[in-house]
Design a protein. Sequence first.
Length: 243
Amino acid sequence: MVTLDVSLVPAELAERDLNGWAVAVLDILRATTVMVTALENGAAQVVPVLTPEEALAGAGSRQGALVGGERKGVALPGFDCGNSPYEYSREKVAGKTVYLTTTNGTVALRHAARAGAVTVACFRNRTAVARWLAEQEKPVLLACAGRKGRFSWEDLAGAGAVVAALEAVAPGVFQPTDAARLARQVFAEWEGRLKELLASTEHGRFLIDIGFRDDLPYCAQLDVSRLVPHWEGGSLTAPQARA
Ligand code: MLT
């Protein structure tokens, strides 16, 4: 059977040998939800970078590029968009390269870049990502971005959503590790109440406090997208939406 694992904190991801693995990075609130949204809305590519300076320099060097992301949940001076998915509308991002820098999600994606096959997942595209992972015929790692280096409940639940979908699309193929079993159990407990789940988490409560309450129901939408971002050469692009 093929190993199906979940890394719970970014340090675990950073230390692992990812050679031969297929990795999906999850930062449900909100970075990977934003990446999927930007590509759904026609962004030419999303380039994850580690610092605001890198993002501003990247966008400055390319015509029609945007700078997005956050520190402490909000956009920095000079940014075109923050880290709310509602800021990545078709009108704003279609055809544009988005340089994105966030506290946790873009960092995790850069760590995952060492793997053989990489994508990003959120609740919106979890079944599409599960199908893609099953096709890779590699051990699978679902990498939780966490929050400020620590574990986050919503990323574990998101990983569990992918575990459940993987076991449905490829029954009997994967051997879940203990962490993957935990993730699946958390998702099963909250499926059908994902908005409540997000509002109950540390990061969800923080986002409500700073005025982003409406982002939570958006990030809680399950299986509304068939988009599996394609990772190559340091950026994400949208391949054709998958059946
Ligand atoms: C992150 O990558 O740190 C998060 O997406 C933070 C946020 O919700 O803006």
